[in-house]
Design a binder for this molecule. Structure first.
Ligand SMILES: Nc1ncnc2c1ncn2[C@@H]1O[C@H](COP(=O)(O)OP(=O)(O)OP(=O)(O)O)[C@@H](O)[C@H]1O
Length: 285
């Protein structure tokens, strides 16, 4: 069940010439982006690419002029509350309250998001079960592992039954097994509800495996967009046409290096920038 309607056929997200500047620095620069209903869309790029800024514009947390951002046909400038009602958002910095149980953490969100009182208990239980935390629901969040905290945050976002789930770096700082767990639960919920998922990450391998389509972002702009297979195949074809000898088939990371060019490593940092990893690892570790 969702709490709002959307015009049939409207794209889940439509950004048209989206720009956002901090002072004279264009963090997001003329971004055109469409996320279709029901897909898992990955916004990829190194630290500083502009992913979080774009996400914050889409979630209405940063103000944008009318006509730049639509969510299921609602304009982010003119119809902020309608947009917010359709969203579940897990930001990088959000922190579950360690002094509450998992269930209490999710119940808090159910109240904040106005889940009808009569449905709350069942919806909280359902959200916790959807992320594999049914057995741990009544333990303090302080006792959870990093992966469990991330899944708890996912449950908090899911309890309002959003049409669009937006996750900012959901697996940063987690070990490989916990990362797989987070993605598998996202996939299962998407399958069960048909919700659209927009996720940012700088883990190219995860995007390749779990996203239907990806946009590669660098210095505020989209450098390439398509399914992971299309992007990889495209680079393979360009290499063949150029007569370049390569032993291994291209990865998504190779595609990124190809489209971002030599500017990738200097001021933007690398794919696994320690600053951001440490910041979040402190939170989930
Ligand atoms: N509040 C702010 N004030 C000034 N500059 C900012 C602010 N937030 C972000 N920026 C700058 O805007 C650019 C884009 O940052 P953003 O956080 O959107 O990138 P990102 O791709 O999400 O990176 P990360 O993975 O580190 O979150 C960067 O150059 C960053 O330094």
């Amino acid at each position: 069940m969702t709490r709002d309607t959307a015009p049939p056929g409207a794209d889940a997200v439509a950004c048209t010439g989206l720009s956002y500047a901090f002072g004279d620095h264009n963090a997001v620069d003329e971004l055109d982006l469409t996320v279709r209903q029901g897909e898992v869309f990955g916004l990829l790029g190194p630290n500083g690419a502009g992913k979080t800024t774009a996400i914050r514009c889409i979630t209405t947390l940063l103000p944008v002029p009318a006509g730049m951002v639509g969510v299921f046909g609602h304009d982010a400038a003119g119809d902020r509350m309608a947009v917010r009602r359709l969203l579940g958002y897990v930001p990088q910095q959000l922190s579950a309250d360690a002094g509450l149980t998992g269930r209490e953490n999710v119940a808090l969100f159910a109240r904040v998001f106005d889940v009808p009182r009569a449905e709350r208990a069942a919806r909280v239980t359902q959200a916790l079960a959807a992320v594999g935390l049914a057995d741990a629901a009544d333990r303090l969040a302080a006792t959870y592992s990093g992966g469990m905290v991330r899944r708890l945050e996912l449950a908090q976002a899911l309890v309002s039954a959003p049409r669009l789930l937006i996750l900012d770096e959901p697996t940063i700082g987690l070990d490989p097994i916990a990362r797989t767990g987070v993605w598998e639960h996202i996939g299962a919920v998407r399958q069960a509800t048909g919700m659209t998922v927009l996720v940012t990450t700088h883990y190219m391998d995860e995007a390749d495996q779990y996203c239907d389509r990806v946009a590669l972002m660098h210095r505020g702009r989209i450098r390439a967009l398509g399914t992971p297979a299309e992007l990889r195949t495209g680079l393979g074809a360009r290499r063949s046409a150029a007569g370049a000898a390569h032993h291994a088939p291209p990865t998504l990371e190779d595609v990124f290096r190809d489209v971002a060019g030599s500017g990738l490593d200097d001021e933007a940092g690398d794919f696994r920038d320690v600053r951001s990893t440490r910041r979040t690892a402190r939170r989930v570790g």
